[in-house]
Design a binder for this molecule. Structure first.
Ligand SMILES: [Zn+2]
Length: 357
């Protein structure tokens, strides 16, 4: 792997800034060694072209082997990159609409009409139908994941450290520029925009073409590749995706948002949140759809000690595993600075990591 490796590490986690230079340096070294030794990404790197602002990922020759989505070499359009992305629904002049039709009995993802919210397992394909009047050939739909709470309006939604790792199965055989993206699109003509390094929102854009004969919509498949609960990623913050109908120059003609929860029990969580919604409605109180509020109180912080005794092939792999856990505990410790258990655990892991050198 060439110069792309260090840039990935830094872009994959701004949390690394919280750690010492020495830790970051050794992390870079570790990733560089592992990816070069164990994974042949050279074919992919040769086809990955960033523009000058690192905002566009653009593949020319790479043929996916695993059916994972990739951008095509077609003409990209200028990305709209305001510092705050508006999430108000706007049907616009073409009555832009989206719809979701989950299949009965399929519990891998469900949709709540009441809450306008998708509940899905990680990495599940979700079909979203886009409808707009007077369909023209040159319209596009951009999907931008955002945090719902206003205080996080400028915070980029990006994947956690663990899911950004080159060792993560969902990252095999894909360009490393896609590792940070929480939202993937299965359309072979999708383009990925944005960069953690440049602090521009990550999003994916697809040319819509025209509805097939006998239909009024165009269907696009998406999947989410991080859980809402991932500690060094979304960290339980409420998530939404804003879909914008755009022309070739990035001019917006319509906007629709949908709330999203990526979790391990979509059906159960949907039922629970719908029940809570009805309860709050009956009480006449405003229902606050804040997962941070629901799931991250100090009472839910798990500081019980669990044993981890596993045999791992390879010294570097062992160090990598310990380093990842150390980073996650470091971040949790910073977020819960008064917690002595986490602080002790962080120091223990740091010492243990040193002993492995
Ligand atoms: Zn994750």
């Amino acid at each position: 792997m060439t110069e792309d490796t260090p840039s990935f590490i830094l872009t994959a986690s701004q949390e690394l800034q919280l750690l010492s230079d020495q830790e970051v340096g050794s992390m870079l070294h570790l990733f560089a060694e592992q990816t070069e030794d164990q994974y042949n990404y050279s074919a992919i790197d040769n086809t990955l072209v960033d523009d000058s602002s690192h905002s566009k990922i653009f593949i020319e020759k790479f043929e996916p082997e695993s059916g994972v989505p990739f951008p095509s070499p077609e003409l990209p359009i200028a990305p709209a990159q305001p510092s705050i992305i508006i999430n108000e629904d706007y049907p616009g002049p073409y009555d832009f609409e989206i719809s979701l039709k989950p299949q009965a009995g399929n519990n891998t993802w469900v949709y709540s009409e009441k809450l306008n919210k998708i509940y899905t397992l990680i990495s599940q394909s979700i079909p979203i139908d886009f409808k707009w009047k007077a369909p023209m050939e040159s319209m596009y739909v951009r999907a931008t994941p955002l945090y719902s709470a206003l205080q996080y309006a400028q915070t980029m939604v990006k994947r956690c450290l663990l899911h950004c790792s080159p060792l993560e199965p969902s990252n095999l055989n894909i360009p490393n520029g896609l590792y940070d993206h929480v939202l993937r699109c299965q359309d072979s003509n999708a383009y990925y925009y944005g960069s953690v390094e440049a602090n521009t929102f990550l999003n994916v854009i697809v040319p819509l073409g025209q509805p097939q004969v006998g239909t009024e919509f165009v269907r696009v498949m998406y999947s989410f590749v991080c859980n809402n609960s991932c500690p060094s990623g979304m960290n339980r913050k409420a998530l939404e995706v804003v879909f914008t109908l755009e022309d070739q120059d990035g001019k917006v003609f319509g906007r629709k948002k949908v709330h999203v929860r990526v979790c391990s029990c979509p059906k159960r969580d949907k039922e629970k949140e719908e029940k809570d919604y009805v309860k709050h409605s009956l009480k006449g109180k405003k229902f606050v759809r804040s997962e941070k509020k629901q799931y991250s109180s100090n009472s839910s912080l798990d500081t019980k000690k669990y044993d981890l005794n596993v045999n791992i092939c390879g010294k570097e792999n062992q160090k990598f595993g310990v380093r990842m856990i150390h980073q996650m505990i470091t971040i949790q410790s910073l977020e819960n600075s008064s917690n002595a258990e986490l602080k002790l655990n962080k120091e223990y892991l740091r010492a243990y990591l040193k002993s492995l050198d």
